[in-house]
Design a protein around this ligand. Structure first.
Ligand code: KG4
Ligand code: ZN
Length: 347
């Protein structure tokens, strides 16, 4: 008997729905919310309203792209946590209503587990146990994955996430939100070794990015002369602007290079400590072309087998919710009708 799952993702500013049959993704439709662009970040109230407007057409589109009707669906999955509470509420209420109306089981999915399991979407998959470096706008984690339903965070950021490091650096450079993809674009033709930013010394497998942000801030305020804060180093605004304009490619390449080395040095340490040789990337920042290339090259050098989800499964999407729900269904992990969303959720 085949198993058809309809999944909904609405944790932040993307409204997405996906249909998955027997672990194969048939459709994955994503509506982006451009309404936040002029505010330089996601405005929670506007995100919830846009989800409410988008959710019916998004689900309809995902179903028709899969060539299926609602009556063919065997289970409804949704992102329960973590995320913006108003955004999560829209997806949760919609999924619960559908499950109730269709009299089908409900599956609650953890967004971070789903980012990791995006690696199980293609036919060529990592073998268990594998390690996953999950890098998104809100999280930076090294996850040890023993099975689709047994995951443990063995390292994470103690302050900013890698995506925040990209976005905040972009903001300092005067680039629009979200700045990660733009840094990636400028970095492609820049010299990554031109400017040196410090690598934090954090014990164990944890990460820190707040020091990097401070060092970039003073570097730009000093028009590239030093990373140190001292009144006498501060350049006037016109010189700061000119320095950025003339060096944007090299600055972006150097920032990206440091973020990548912070991430991959910890991943290398995690692989050495656990002896695990199947390694994955996940999350929005894994769309970064420099990280994808450096990760693949490191894998070749270390004799790892490396896996990276396709672009459309790196940033927020419902296909990763659907694949996670597929495994949760098989493990009998269903949600009760009184399930509520949670902005933060422990693993
Ligand atoms: O996973 P995601 O879509 O949403 C969260 O769950 O947070 O990740 C969004 C993050 C943003 O910080 C965005 O700037 C970053 O992923 N991002 C990138 C790239 N594409 C998206 N960062 C660097 N390079 C990219 N190409
Ligand atoms: Zn995400």
């Amino acid at each position: 008997m085949s198993l058809t799952i309809l999944a909904i993702e609405s944790s932040c500013d993307e409204t997405s729905a996906s249909v998955c049959v027997d672990g194969k993704i048939l459709s994955n439709f994503i509506a982006n919310q451009s309404v936040h662009e002029k505010y330089g970040g996601v405005v929670p109230e506007l995100a919830s309203r846009a989800h409410m407007q988008n959710i019916v057409p998004v689900v309809d589109t995902a179903l028709s792209a899969a060539g299926l009707q609602l009556s063919a669906v065997d289970a409804i999955a949704f992102t329960q946590s973590p995320g913006l509470i108003g955004s999560l509420l829209v997806g949760t209420q919609f999924a619960k209503s559908l499950a109730l109306a269709l009299n089908k089981p409900l599956i609650a999915v953890h967004h971070m587990q789903a980012h990791v399991l995006a690696n199980l979407i293609p036919d060529e998959r990592p073998a268990f146990p594998f390690l996953c470096l999950t890098v998104s706008g809100g999280h930076t984690q090294i996850v040890l994955c023993k099975s689709p339903t047994e995951l443990r965070v063995i390292g994470e950021t103690i302050d900013d996430a890698a995506g925040e490091a990209f976005d905040k650096s972009a903001k300092l450079l005067g680039l629009p939100y979200p700045g990660g993809p733009l840094i990636d674009k400028y970095a492609a033709t820049g010299d990554p070794k031109r400017f040196k930013f410090p690598e934090p010394q954090i014990p164990g497998l944890d990460f820190s990015f707040s020091g990097l942000k401070t060092s970039i801030l003073y570097f730009l305020k000093n028009a590239g002369t030093t990373n140190i804060y001292k009144e006498e180093f501060l350049a006037d605004e016109a010189s700061q602007k000119k320095f950025i304009e003339e060096n944007i490619h090299d600055i972006c390449a150097s920032i990206q290079d440091r973020i990548i080395s912070i991430l991959l040095n910890k991943l290398k340490k995690a692989a050495a400590e656990t002896g695990i040789t199947h390694l994955c990337l996940a999350g929005g920042v894994s769309a970064n072309s420099g990280l994808r290339k450096a990760f693949t090259e490191l894998g070749e050098k270390m004799h790892w087998k490396t896996y990276i989800p396709a672009f459309q499964y790196c940033t927020d999407n419902a296909a990763m919710i659907a694949i996670t729900a597929y495994y949760k269904y098989q493990a009998g992990q269903f949600a009760a009708m009184d399930t509520v969303p949670s902005a933060r959720a422990e693993w």
